[in-house]
Design a protein around this ligand. Sequence first.
Ligand code: M7G
Length: 323
Amino acid sequence: MAEGPQAKRRRPEEGAAAGDGHHDGAGAHFPLAELRVLRVLRESARDKTVFLHGQATSPSGEGTDAVVILEKTPFQEEKVLDLLKKHTKLELQMSNDIYSTYHLYPPPELSEIKTTVVYPATEKHLQKYLHQEVHLIRETWEDYKDITLPFIQSQSFSIQWVYNILEKKAEADRIVHENQDPSNGFVLVPDLKWNQNQLDDLYLIALVHRRDVMSLRDLTAEHLPLLRNILQEGKEAVMKRFGVPSSKLRIYLHYQPSYYHLHVHFTALGYDAPGSSVERAHLLADVIDNLATDSMFYQKRALTFALRADELLFKKFQEAGRV
Ligand code: M7G
């Protein structure tokens, strides 16, 4: 546990709903028990996660692709005692001198599996979760204009889920903070990846209200008031709601992002969040300083990122002789 009990008392008790990908924002229940599992896309013993590619029967009777992510959640300090006291079964596995190991079977309320559903899933979703060899790309501004931008315009993921949040059609009850200004405002919500049960893996996302900024590459000094609002108000809101001070937060943008509508990640400093490595994460405070120094910083600089070998964007860079 990263924070004291005072902080824990302030967190909301609601859980994250699975499958917020419905276009109208309605939270319909996905028929998990009827999923036909086709393959394991990725599995990690370290992260205790498995990514499944399955098919569910759509209303028209056809098999429709789904991605289901199962993840064992971190321990909650205040419930560890219950685990020891209220287990349903305890089996000795081995005993040797002062060492012994057991199989402990917790009661259902202490054995939650965080379950994320993407349905219907596109080929791009399947690709995103499939384990793949990765390569580092160094993208110049010319590469961005000639290769990346045309690719984004033709290919990127739907951002309907972002509009649903901004228009309060989904996750409205989860909003932690909002600045309603159409140019310099944003909405701060818990990220899909966080179940909000413990602060160790705290993860929120700030989505900007304006719809004309796709990524870091579009930012100029014009966006400084927006970025400063996100940094300042976001820190204050996380402190107020969760009791986590800004010195314990990693606040950053991804380049490349998966969704081309500007957003900022807020994660617990002690949490090694996916995508927080140097080839993808750009600290918001540094982005602000860079833009204050040079308005065209992100239209001049080469930017580095990793791409999976099977990604179409990687193939475009290969065709252009840039890898
Ligand atoms: P990104 O940098 O575009 O891509 O971040 P990544 O997913 O490869 O990191 C988008 C962020 O939005 C991620 O942290 C996602 O977990 C999060 N996210 C994605 N969806 C579809 C949702 C959603 O429906 N609701 C919420 N609250 N967060 C989402």
